[in-house]
Design a protein around this ligand. Structure first.
Ligand SMILES: NC(=O)c1ccc[n+]([C@@H]2O[C@H](COP(=O)([O-])OP(=O)(O)OC[C@H]3O[C@@H](n4cnc5c(N)ncnc54)[C@H](O)[C@@H]3O)[C@@H](O)[C@H]2O)c1
Length: 358
């Protein structure tokens, strides 16, 4: 039986807390009663950004610094003595990784090394979860059933390869330094997360929102590309459940974990846009650059049976509801109540989850 007040007063460090997922995770953990700390670059990830809009920093202590500044990171971790660490700081965009491969590999690979090294020298740390991606798998091993955790990692573009390297670093640290210590280490793999407050470049939901606010048509190259879509809260719920299980039950839960949506969450970009447009009062004008060519890239599907069975994790928000919540968030954007709305969506999510489990 999992403790419901597990997070109360737990000291939790989130790297990348100023980003899209990091902001949601920070607010959720604050809401659960944890003592939350953050370490991220000083530059905002986008303009605007959820971190500022939802006043994420109000109830946590933050340090702004590069993950590649080992000394600064180590001093901060030593000072706060966290018990649980979620490592999200990364360069997360595929297209950016072609433009800035050195920065991408540095942040995503050496950043992970720095974090795991600092954590292993900090006595208070009980567990670390390294957040990677569904793109860390070597594509040749794709199967209709989806990738399972044991499939080999790899990557053809700099971002995917850097995350595969981050996975290898995690395994090496676990085997070399964490085994037989009091610390536990895991990695979490998910992809195509949607939710309010994302303004990253080259992601479909932020592109839709920018088109609406700039009153410009949205150009879409591959409307028939199909993707599994997942609400950010379903993904973060996986990270939280994993951390709690690792804390409560130990070694059995170390390793890698997939948190992907099921088949019913796989829809085309065109369907996603159509669904979003419904909630936006059909104000979005879309220009399809080539709507006849089938999309060639393989669709990444994660098999998440391990998390479903061992963590009792599952998708609480089906794809249409995920889109509705996401559009609801953006519709409220610019109002003064986004902190309330973000927390309300967290509470509603918890109710849905509790109802399924009862
Ligand atoms: N959003 C998605 O759909 C998605 C999908 C799969 C995996 N992920 C992974 O989840 C994590 C978070 O993604 P996100 O979408 O929130 O990204 P984001 O760009 O919104 O946030 C990235 C965070 O990392 C920090 N960061 C970047 N470089 C840094 C550096 N050198 N030093 C210190 N901090 C640095 C940024 O300041 C920010 O806080 C990443 O590891 C990403 O690869 C995201």
């Amino acid at each position: 039986m999992m403790q419901t007040n597990f997070w109360v007063s737990k000291k939790v460090l989130i790297t990348g807390h100023t980003g899209f997922k990091g902001s949601w995770l920070s607010l959720w953990l604050q809401h659960l009663g944890a003592d939350v700390y953050g370490y991220s670059s000083s530059l905002p990830v986008s303009e605007p950004h959820l971190y500022g809009i939802a006043q994420v920093s109000k109830n946590m202590d933050s340090m702004y610094g590069d993950i590649l500044d080992y000394e600064r990171l180590q001093i901060f971790i030593q000072k706060i003595q966290p018990e649980i660490i979620f490592h999200l700081a990364a360069q997360p965009l595929v297209r950016e990784s072609y433009i800035e491969p050195i920065a991408t590999f540095s942040t995503n690979v050496m950043g992970t090394v720095h974090l795991l090294e600092a954590a292993r020298h900090t006595e208070s740390v009980r567990l670390v979860i390294n957040v990677t991606t569904d793109k860390c798998y070597e594509n040749s091993s794709n199967s209709l059933l989806g990738f399972i955790e044991k499939n080999p990692v790899g990557g053809s573009d700099p971002y995917s390869a850097s995350k595969a390297c981050s996975e290898i670093v995690t395994t090496a640290y676990e085997r070399s330094f964490y085994t037989n210590s009091s610390k536990l280490l895991s990695s979490a793999r998910a992809g195509n997360v949607i939710g309010g407050g994302d303004w990253a470049t080259d992601r479909i939901i932020p592109d839709i929102i920018r088109s609406i606010t700039n009153k410009q048509p949205l150009n879409i190259r591959y409307p028939q590309a199909i993707r599994p879509w997942q609400h950010v809260l379903d993904c973060l719920n996986g990270y939280l459940l994993l951390a709690q299980k690792m804390w409560e039950s130990g070694e059995k839960y170390i390793g890698s974990w997939n948190f992907g949506p099921g088949e019913s969450s796989i829809i085309s970009v065109a369907q996603l846009i159509e669904e979003c447009n419904k909630y936006l009062g059909n104000k979005l004008e879309v220009l399809y650059e080539s709507d006849t060519q089938p999309y060639e890239a393989t669709t990444l599907v994660l098999n998440s049976e391990k998390a479903e069975k061992l963590l009792n994790w599952g998708i609480e928000l089906p794809v249409k509801q995920s889109i509705e919540w996401t559009m609801d968030w953006y519709r409220n954007y610019m109002s003064n109540s986004l902190n309330d709305l973000t927390l309300r969506q967290i509470s509603n999510y918890e109710k849905i989850k509790a109802a399924r489990l009862s």
